[in-house]
Ligand binder design. Sequence first.
Ligand code: NDP
Ligand code: 2IT
Length: 452
Amino acid sequence: MNVSDHVGLEQFIAGVKKRNPGQPEFVQAVQEVAEDIFDYIRDKVEYHEYQILRRIAEPDRAVSFRVCWEDDKGNIRVQRGWRVQNNNAIGPYKGGIRFHPSVTESVLKFLAFEQTFKNSLTGLPMGGGKGGANFNPKGKSDHEVMRFCQSFMTELFRHVGADVDVPAGDIGVGSREIGYMFGQYKRITNQFTGVLTGKGLEYGGSLIRTEATGYGTAYFLQNMLQRVGDSIEGKDCVISGSGNVATHAAEKIIDLGGKVLTLSDSGGFIHDPEGIDAERLAWVKDLKETRRGRIEAYAKAFPGSEYHAGRRPWAVPCALALPCATQNELDGADARRLVANGCIGIAEGANMPTDLEGVHAFKEAGILYAPGKAANAGGVAISGLEMSQNSARISWKEAELQQLLVETMKGIHDRCVEHGGSAGSEHIDYVRGANIAGFVKVADAMLAYGVV
Ligand code: NDP
Ligand code: 2IT
């Protein structure tokens, strides 16, 4: 990047900050993308004239609404819900719904922005959106969650639709919540359409959607390693999180011969030096999905393992690391420690788990580093195929979908390689590759529409 690019970038980021006060996550996500795009579009006049990046960094709309519900004691509770529709240049808005007390408009705007590039990378016709609420499903009864989901959908239904905006799950939203929301949408509209993905198999869901994000993240890591003549086989892996993405990433890593040493939740992490095998992983899934317990229980159930309260797993020496919990869970110091301890590959199952300092540290170290928008795109890719199946009113077979997931992740990997390489070097900057490959398709569609 030359000096005038730097000035342009700084001014651009200053403008983003000014227009989005108090929204640090959104500014961070835009900055990470802009750092690569400014360099790429230097000699591409049309992208400047039509203000493409500036327009992608301004959501088409962000709707916020009140969600009232009654808890089991009869108290009236009030939450805030949102749907951020970032960009629909290449297809209907598409992206998950998050229920977590930390949800703010900034968080959802960053996620909808990231989703726009991620969905473009999959090669499928999907725009970018994200929604959610500052609701904490932890400790709530099934009926409380049901009443909340119904109330949330009673407002959301007017903003979504199978050809308009198709939400799915994310943190705190799994098959139970999707079931309650789909039921309410169907009841209000009297329509059975593919308005949500991640549905149960009995009512229009797709096989392997549940597994797709985590499996896809492991496949992406495998693709990066294969390109340099290496593999996951026999390598120590550190994984954060213990939800949908983390447990399925762990499952595929184990399948591919890796040794999973850690998992975590918001309370802390567990370290199992023997490796978390398929049986222990099944125990974790049951703990989290059925018993809705804390990861701390693992250390009591499996002697020889340890629980570290209030800590993240990045100091555990490993060859491969997969952050699969939440944004900014890995900072600059963590990144440098991972590299110093011999880590050679990172694949992000979570969205923006590494802060900007950490991203720069990984880039400078020249290790294999796959950003979330590329590595975790397998989930939304299978969501896109769930939409296709719903439109055609058919269900594809598991083997077919497994193969499509493998091919999709290889396709995303190769698109990153195409745009992330530099002359005279074997090294691939996957962050740059993902940002540029994701940008080009959306940008060219926007150019085709003129100024809208
Ligand atoms: P889940 O709700 O199933 O699991 C989330 C996990 O992350 C839990 O272990 C949770 O711990 C932990 N976690 C959440 N918030 C925090 C926090 N603030 N600090 C520490 N730990 C936290 O969500 P998913 O597995 O679906 O999502 C994980 C990540 O993957 C998110 O970044 C999401 O956006 C991303 N993602 C998800 C996709 C999907 O298909 N589900 C697709 C692509 C990306 P605890 O139980 O204690 O809260
Ligand atoms: O971040 C994500 O890609 C998701 N939460 C999944 C989105 C989807 O529409 O399947």
